[in-house]
Design a protein around this ligand. Structure first.
Ligand code: NAD
Length: 260
């Protein structure tokens, strides 16, 4: 359903971003992969993607805290593929700490990567989408864009913020065949979650299994992690022509978390 389309997926060297890039490539899109990682692992990811899907994949090392590098990533997509149809703002980090002890530099980094980077990619991608007569912007928010949890001040603030940005972009582009939506996952099994399991097990002094059941999935009524394949399939639908009327929405994929 994405034949001939060109996509940028930020933070796609692992986890949800890689799942989305893989789904897009399988649907026929050329993709720009972005994020940190060892060069040999990134090369293996690019080769794997191209072998599995026959779609083209290139890499941008742009750091999402640096507006000039973000501009370089958007230019790379346009220079390499001549167009840009789909932008997925997925790069994100977490930091867990009580607010009165929250390190200031962590607050700044979470806001820069999880929120401001999407402002920069969006403002830089829109002119190309407008020239082409359409486009899709998908922001990977979180259930924490809709409800809060303690000790995640920066993350919850940034994720609520990206829903606001999503709505503004949707309104500004509503008549231009461009849509902008936020996907709000509950817990998806990725390296980011893996790191939280370790951290919480230490801070609560309880085993991993108990962290998974009683801490992480305490709020998730279906008691299972979503998969990156599920998020990839949903993003592919939002990027397709069939989703033309869905815009400005914050769409939960959270096993019922935000239903209570
Ligand atoms: P992950 O840690 O597996 O992947 C994060 C990606 O972002 C990596 O590719 C990393 O290299 C990249 N990244 C980090 N800092 C960057 C920077 N400064 N510049 C460029 N790239 C950078 O995490 P994930 O779980 O796949 O999370 C992806 C997104 O999904 C995040 O926005 C996260 O908040 C959101 N999310 C995750 C879950 C979950 O349960 N995993 C739930 C809800 C929302």
């Amino acid at each position: 359903v994405l034949d001939g389309k060109v996509a940028i997926v930020t933070g796609s060297t692992s986890g949800i971003g890689l799942g989305i890039a893989r789904a897009f490539a399988s649907a026929g899109a050329s993709v720009v992969i972005n994020g940190f990682g060892k060069p040999e692992e990134i090369n293996a990811t690019l080769e794997g993607l191209q072998d599995e899907t026959r779609s083209k994949a290139i890499y941008s090392a742009a750091d999402m805290t640096k507006p000039a590098e973000i501009a370089g990533m958007v230019n790379l997509a346009l220079e390499s593929f001549g167009r840009l149809d789909i932008l997925v703002n997925n790069a994100g980090i977490q930091h867990v700490s009580p607010i009165d002890q929250f390190p200031v530099e962590k607050w700044d980094a979470v806001l820069a990567i999880n929120l401001s980077s999407a402002f920069h990619t969006t403002r830089l991608a829109l002119p190309a989408m407008r020239r082409q007569g359409g486009g899709r912007i998908i922001n990977i928010a979180s259930a924490h864009a809709l409800v809060a949890s303690p000790f995640k001040a920066a993350y919850v603030a940034a994720k609520h913020g990206i829903v606001g940005l999503t709505k503004v972009v949707a309104l500004e582009t509503a008549e231009e065949n461009i849509t902008c939506n936020a996907i709000c996952p509950g817990y998806v099994f990725t390296p980011l979650v893996e790191a939280q399991i370790e951290g919480q097990a230490k801070s609560h002094g309880i085993p991993r299994e108990q962290v998974i059941r009683d801490v992480l999935l305490a709020q998730q009524p279906n008691k299972r992690f979503a998969t990156v394949e599920e998020i990839g399939a949903f993003a592919t639908f939002l990027a397709s022509d069939a989703a033309a009327s869905i815009t400005g929405a914050a769409l939960p994929v959270d096993g019922g978390w935000t239903a209570h």
